[in-house]
Design a protein around this ligand. Structure first.
Ligand code: ZN
Length: 582
């Protein structure tokens, strides 16, 4: 493997501005440089390069990374080729004879899984050609050969070990189990996970098969079966059909989110090619962020029944934080007993598109749901409405949307908007004003501490001691373990203290989504942003919380307050008396 130290050295010597500029002309935009994005079609530049942090980020499509990623993405090079090419440009020689090791082994383990899934997919496709039952099923659904080919549909035949035909190493290869294709029973017997199902390959945005969804042909259970989570497949991050839909999404500037694979395929069959599906999970923040990167308009499409409304409400709550001004999230509810598949087959494309046009904006859906079951003519119910609404308003990070929603809520409750709490000002929104903004930073601390700490650490790796302190006091949720790990690597000198080194390490470790989120935040901030204030406040707050929890736990152990040490006794006085000990 190429030693990490060489990569770091290389990244500190190449200038990303030169690397990008030789491919795309850059214009100065404040502290950064900007261009129309080479990775997606656009008219106004949202592709940004930071000369100080040495990375690029596109606010349009989310493309991001270091000089190495740029060589890989733009010039279509592999990691090693990209490193060699960059090294040649700055006159460095890649150390020879070190082409395997942990990182490579990891990458190649993942490559083996993808390879196994790809081979399985070919097998399933071949089986579809000869399975009358599966062909009949798809024909019955109106799916043509062309669409089946576009989505790589296949068929897993009935029987326990059909994959043995294409994997001679079936009985021994661990990769088949790791890839989720084969299940090993407690007695050590192996059998195919997918049997007698139409197979829908799940494709990553890089075009690799990372898993499968299988739909049972007849009446069996479960109706849909997904690949388990594997090193290459995380359900909460992936969207079925996104790879195939990308062009259509860009053209329509809208992505439609449905619930099933068959819905995506049926919509595409009828000319609505900009639809994707979640993979049997509720909508996650990753989904929403991914979707909002693809288009300015996201339309969630749900069944009109109670379950559909609950799922829609979850999607609304998840969207509130991710929404930025200029982005639109809408909700569409299908008529009773219909799904997108049945709807478009019986009523056609125009009727479906008309429904998409008329889909309810997030704001209207939110107000309607909040009011449902309440009698807004009574002060008591209006108070209840306000209480629920205020909790949601506090989630909104988009400045203008936040203000407008506050007005709308106030109007609906018949109060003046001045009587509602001020919208929380978040540092991500505060792009203007004096460069040192400790106060806004402090206000934003209420949100997502681990992400904020990671951002601070990547921007200012020299603050690794503070970041490490925060991670040590944290509860290990979110990306806290990552913060601790990274801070440790900087402390020991394993990673050089530069933002690009940390970003590259995240990307290499498969934490691409995290790297992207962090970079997006970083690009929005001034170079002299007071990260030390942020990190110190986070660490302090977590340490206080930890101490409080410890004292509370200690207080629960004793019978009488007089047995307590003085500071724990104060907890009793402050009203935190644990039940049963007073
Ligand atoms: Zn872009």
């Amino acid at each position: 493997m190429i030693p990490q130290s060489f990569i770091q050295d290389l990244l500190s010597r190449v200038d990303i501005v030169d690397i990008v500029e030789s491919a795309v002309p850059l214009k100065r935009a404040g502290a950064n440089l900007a261009a129309c994005c080479p990775f997606h079609t656009e008219k106004s530049p949202s592709f940004t390069v930071s000369p100080t942090k040495q990375f690029y980020h596109c606010f349009g499509c989310g493309a991001h990374g270091t000089a190495i990623s740029f060589m890989m993405e733009y010039h279509g090079l592999g990691f090693i080729e990209a490193v060699k090419e960059l090294a040649a440009r700055v006159g460095m020689v890649v150390p020879a004879g070190e082409t395997d090791g942990a990182r490579q082994a990891n990458a190649s383990a993942n490559a083996h899984i993808v390879d196994a899934l790809t081979r399985a997919s070919r097998f399933f496709k071949d089986q579809l050609r000869v399975s009358e039952a599966a062909i009949t099923y798809l024909k019955g659904r109106g799916v043509t050969g062309e669409i089946a080919a576009r989505f790589g549909l296949g068929y897993a035949p009935d029987g326990w070990q059909n994959l043995e035909a294409t994997f001679p190493e079936y009985a021994t290869a661990d990769v088949l189990v790791e890839a989720g294709l084969v299940i090993r029973s407690d007695e050590g017997r192996r059998y195919d996970r997918f049997r007698d199902r139409v197979m829908f390959p799940i494709v990553s945005t890089r075009g690799e098969i990372i898993g499968f969804g299988g739909r049972v042909l007849g009446a069996g259970e479960p109706k849909y079966l997904n690949s388990p989570e594997t090193p290459v497949f995380e359900k909460g991050r992936e969207l079925y059909g996104l790879f195939q839909a990308r062009r259509a999404i860009r053209e329509a500037d809208r992505v439609i989110v449905v619930e099933g694979y068959m819905d995506v395929v049926a919509l595409a069959q009828h000319g609505v090619a900009n639809a994707v599906a979640t993979l049997g999970t509720a909508t996650t923040p990753f989904h929403v962020q991914k979707l909002l990167r693809q288009a300015d308009h996201v339309t969630f499409c749900f069944d009109g029944d109670a379950a559909g409304r609950r799922a829609a409400w979850r999607a609304l709550e998840t969207s509130l934080q991710a929404l930025t001004d200029g982005k639109h999230v809408n909700f569409l509810f299908l008529p009773d007993k219909e799904d997108p598949d049945s709807f478009i087959r019986t009523r056609g494309r125009e009727a479906f598109e008309e429904m998409v046009e008329r889909a309810e904006p997030l704001s209207a859906f939110m107000l309607r749901e909040l009011k449902s079951g309440l009698d807004m003519a009574t002060p008591e119910d209006r108070a209840e409405f306000l209480k629920k609404a205020e909790a949601l308003l506090a989630q909104i990070t988009a400045r203008n949307l936040g203000l407008a929603m506050r007005d709308a809520v106030a109007r609906a409750a018949g109060v003046s908007s001045a009587s509602l709490p001020e919208p929380v000002q978040r540092a991500t929104q505060a792009q203007a004003g004096p460069s040192r903004r400790s106060n806004t930073a402090r206000a934003s601390l209420l949100n997502n501490l681990p992400d904020r700490a990671l951002e601070a650490l990547v921007a200012r790796p020299d603050l690794h001691l503070l970041a490490g302190r925060a991670a040590a006091a944290a509860d290990g949720s979110g990306c806290w373990p990552m913060v601790g790990d990274l801070a440790g690597r900087v402390a020991t000198g394993e990673l050089s203290p530069s933002p690009q080194a940390l970003v590259q390490w995240l990307v290499d470790g498969g934490n691409d989504g995290l790297a992207q989120r962090v970079q997006e935040q970083l690009m929005k901030r001034d170079d002299d942003y007071a990260y030390e204030d942020d990190l110190a406040a986070i660490a302090e707050r977590l340490e206080k919380q930890r101490k409080f929890n410890q004292q509370l736990a200690a207080a629960r152990q004793v019978q009488r307050p007089s047995d307590l040490p003085p500071e724990a006794r104060a907890l009793f006085a402050s009203g935190s008396t644990p039940a049963g000990t007073a």
